[in-house]
Design a protein around this ligand. Structure first.
Ligand SMILES: NC(=O)c1ccc[n+]([C@@H]2O[C@H](COP(=O)([O-])OP(=O)(O)OC[C@H]3O[C@@H](n4cnc5c(N)ncnc54)[C@H](O)[C@@H]3O)[C@@H](O)[C@H]2O)c1
Length: 250
């Protein structure tokens, strides 16, 4: 898909992988609508790259619907949706203070999984009404999973469950939306040097990075954004979860 003047929505766009993706899409000529709960961080980047910033808590479905409508009003229905919103969470199922609160689990699933499905359903309904491009394609929905969906660690049961849900819906969604010319893909990042990772891992010396076969360093958000751009351009990529992890298996 050609990104010139292409309406694109990026969630979680104030920071990390989403911010870099928004920047790359804007540089490629897309009309970018950024969605994030962090209005200040997002506006700064939006001004820099000429994007539209829409503040929204994606865990609130009504607010997410309004944000999506604002993006549509400003730029027209999105042909590209990149879901990058996500929160890390590291907590034992039960610890010294008793069992993990069910509310924490619920909130994590709300932000990481339910919001991803919510954005997917809203985007798909809009994309289905768009005229097909020369390739027959109407749109692309790209979401962010995690390698923890496959190899979650102790303390990651809730996070892994939320990301496992994202992984599981990619193929059935691609099967359902394929006849409409809408592709559905996810990227499962390994360890990337962003706020989420630093919040989970206080002790960020090279201990973790050494476990990555190659390169022995955290991923750069630009490497994630480059893959997003490739997926947008390569119409054969569909129904898959692409690992982006330097060979890292925990
Ligand atoms: N960084 C990593 O190593 C890594 C690894 C695997 C998966 N991921 C996933 O990649 C995605 C992006 O992570 P990141 O590392 O760039 O994190 P990040 O913390 O830098 O960015 C996440 C963004 O989401 C926003 N956000 C959080 N909750 C929100 C809500 N309820 N409503 C709206 N916005 C909200 C935050 O304000 C932030 O701007 C997440 O889904 C994360 O789980 C990251």
């Amino acid at each position: 898909m050609d990104l010139w003047e292409c309406p694109a929505v990026v969630t979680g766009a104030a920071s990390g992988l989403g911010a870099e993706t928004a920047r790359y899409l804007a540089e490629a000529g897309a009309k970018v609508a950024m969605i994030d709960i962090d209005a200040e961080g997002m506006q700064k980047l939006a001004d820099e790259i000429g994007a539209l910033a829409i503040q929204c808590d994606v865990a609130d479905s009504a607010s997410a619907e309004q944000a999506f409508a604002k993006a549509r009003e400003a730029h027209g229905p999105a042909r590209v949706l990149v879901n990058c919103v996500g929160r890390g969470h590291f907590e034992p199922i039960f610890g010294d203070n008793g069992p993990m609160s069910l509310e924490s689990f619920r909130q994590l699933v709300e932000v990481n999984l339910i919001s991803t499905f919510n954005m997917m359903r809203l985007a798909a309904a809009d994309m289905a009404k768009l005229p097909p491009l020369l390739t027959g394609e109407r749109g692309l929905i790209l979401s962010t999973a995690s390698v923890s969906a496959y190899e979650g660690q102790v303390g990651e049961a809730a996070y892994a469950a939320s990301k496992g849900g994202v992984v599981s819906m990619i193929l059935p969604a691609a099967r359902e939306l394929g006849p409409l010319g809408i592709r559905v893909v996810a990227i499962a990042p390994g360890l990337f040097g962003t706020q989420t990772l630093f919040a989970l891992e206080k002790d960020l010396d090279s201990r973790l990075a050494r476990q990555i076969p190659f390169p022995h360093r955290f991923g750069d958000p630009a490497e994630f954004a480059m893959l997003v751009l490739h997926v947008i351009k390569n119409v054969m990529i569909n129904g898959s979860v692409l690992r982006l992890d330097g060979g890292y298996h925990r």
